[in-house]
Design a protein around this ligand. Structure first.
Ligand SMILES: [Fe+2]
Ligand SMILES: [Fe+2]
Length: 339
């Protein structure tokens, strides 16, 4: 029997009903349940650099250990390989089927692969924008921080922050939940914020664009303590029990103290970090009270929504009416308007 050529998860998601596929990814989540007849089945979500794919392994699925080049049968109910699959690379061979008018992915063969030959970190989804392009964007915004440029540069150079910024996700789910997602999100927020600052200045509002640029670059500083890649984005314990808004303010306060940042700038920037979620309901203990904080907070929300829109419309079929599935992150359906 001819084996289907290996596909990325993005390529598998483009396949039509009945198509066969073979893919490898790192397991983000796996759960075992029982169907109505009491037979076990598994739901497995794998990720690769192009995205993720969720599918089912029914009780007639075949599980194989191919790590040493051979092919040994594995009993998924007793094997440690199956119990410990999360965070490890896994091969999946299957077929697209349809259920309730929706495509569904059945994994007929699950194969445990050599983790050195297929290192899990190589399958983690990354920002679609190359890191060099993102770093160029970071430098451009740094150049717009005015009297805060030296401080923001000192933050990036401390505690390996610049290096972490190059790899960290912006979230565990919801938005930019992939390698370098935090950098991609931060630059987009900073660009929008600086453009809004310029537009507001042109409309006669007194706005300090240096504080806007610096505040936008640092607004999610706490995510460096709240998340980690292991190799998929995960929430740390402090991220869960303190949250990135408070964690970011704490880290900022330490760094501002060490730098000897002037009190008025310290308060203006600290206010942006603590208020950037825009409301108490969304985790900010103080509401944005300055033009600079209002601008950063709205740029943050705009980037989040634009990301959710793009993510949702990317899943649309070519012949759809342009209305997306409900986005729980953004609390709405989106629309891809077409001429
Ligand atoms: Fe945030
Ligand atoms: Fe943010």
């Amino acid at each position: 029997m001819a084996e289907p050529a290996r596909k990325t998860t993005a390529e598998v998601r483009q396949l039509s009903k009945d198509a066969k596929f073979d893919t490898i990814g790192v397991v983000m989540a796996s759960t075992q349940r029982r169907d109505k007849k009491g037979s076990p089945y598994w739901t497995i979500t794998v990720m690769d650099e192009t995205g993720s794919l969720e599918g089912r392994v029914w009780s007639n699925g075949v599980w194989k250990d191919v790590r040493d080049g051979g092919s040994t049968d594995v009993d998924p109910l007793t094997s440690d390989l199956a119990k410990g699959m999360n965070g490890r690379s896994l091969g999946l061979r299957g077929q697209v089927s349809e259920f309730n008018d929706k495509l569904q992915y059945n994994f007929n063969i699950v194969y445990f692969v050599d983790q050195e030959k297929y290192p899990p970190h190589e399958f983690v989804q990354r920002s679609p924008i190359p890191v060099e392009t993102l770093l160029k964007g970071l430098d451009e915004i740094l150049g717009q921080c005015g009297e805060l440029e030296a401080f923001v540069r000192s933050v990036l150079e401390s505690d390996g922050i610049r290096r972490d910024f190059e790899s960290f996700p912006a979230a565990v789910s919801h938005h930019h939940a992939y390698t370098a997602g935090l950098l991609e999100h931060t630059i987009s927020v900073a660009r929008n914020a600086v453009a809004t600052a310029d537009a507001s200045i042109a409309s006669g509002y007194p706005v300090d664009r240096g504080i806007v640029a610096a505040g936008a670059l640092l607004h999610d500083l706490g995510k460096l303590d709240a998340y980690r890649l292991s190799p998929m984005p995960q929430m740390t314990v402090p991220g869960t029990v303190i949250d990135h808004v408070a964690l970011g303010y704490a880290r900022f306060d330490r760094l501002a103290e060490a730098f000897g940042l002037e009190e008025r700038l310290r308060l203006a920037l600290g206010h942006i970090l603590i208020s950037h979620h825009g409301s108490k309901e969304f985790g900010s203990p103080a509401l944005p009270a300055t033009p600079e904080a209002m601008i950063v907070s709205s740029a943050d929300e705009l980037d989040f929504r634009l990301y959710c829109w793009k993510n949702a419309v990317d899943q649309l079929d070519d012949d759809s009416d342009g209305i997306t599935d409900f986005s729980y992150s953004a609390g709405r359906r989106f629309w891809k308007w077409r001429e």
